[in-house]
Design a protein around this ligand. Structure first.
Ligand code: NI
Length: 223
């Protein structure tokens, strides 16, 4: 084998290793994209470039999102096609969540307020990762408490597992000995989805609402 081929093979192996390490070593609540970006950055000694519009930079070629088949908080069946052409702010969480989910959904609602009239083109969505308790009837008052336009989506455990896989969402049921109700451990990102259904940005927990609104405006401008 010529040395040049050996070098490119070694590079490929190194990249594959980094991708694997991103999966294995990602911090709790951290997405695979962010973990990969962080690992690439630590490998090259560079800082992760600051995103222009807030959120985590999506590495080239990483695709999140896509088709889903779920049920909304009014009991209607919905798919990604029902939201085609709209900009979405998507959060995966659950109504029993004591702290993180309400904070993030509140941030999403504030970003909607910051958008003013442009919010009419945006749908905020909570997709539950606790379908056992989060029935449409449980989701309806919960999402409406945050924003009148917010949609709550649930489904069968299989449907939820499928959409979580497409968005690389981590979730796990946890039972604490001192609590009668179980909790869900889960990753926490706000996903900005473009009109084509592709994820454009991820926002870390406690991102400023105005940064999210600015990123939404950028996507609306670009179409
Ligand atoms: Ni939560």
């Amino acid at each position: 084998m010529r040395p040049i081929r050996l070098i490119s093979l070694a590079l490929l192996a190194a990249l594959a290793g980094l991708w694997g390490a991103s999966w294995a070593l990602k911090a709790p609540g951290e997405g695979i994209g962010e973990s990969f970006a962080r690992r690439i950055a630590s490998f090259t000694g560079a800082d992760i470039p600051p995103p222009s519009s807030g959120g985590v930079v999506m590495p080239q070629g990483l695709s999140l999102g896509g088709p889903f088949s779920l049920t909304d908080h009014t009991g209607q069946a919905v798919t990604e096609a029902d939201f085609a052409g709209r900009v979405l702010l998507v959060y995966f969480g659950f109504t029993f969540c004591p702290d993180v989910c309400p904070t993030e959904l509140g941030i999403m609602a504030q970003a909607m307020e910051d958008l003013g009239p442009q919010a009419a083109q945006v749908t905020p969505i909570l997709i539950t990762i606790d379908p056992e308790r989060d029935t449409p009837a449980a989701l309806a008052p919960y999402v409406q408490n945050f924003h009148p336009a917010m949609r709550g989506l649930t489904g069968t455990p299989q449907q939820i597992a499928e959409v979580a896989r497409r968005y690389r969402v981590y979730y796990q049921r946890v039972q604490r000995p001192d609590m009668t109700e179980y909790l869900m451990d889960h990753s926490s990102f706000i996903y900005l989805v473009g009109p084509d259904g592709r994820v454009r940005n991820l926002f870390r927990p406690e991102s400023p609402p105005e940064a999210i609104a600015a990123a939404v405006r950028g996507v609306l401008r670009a179409g």
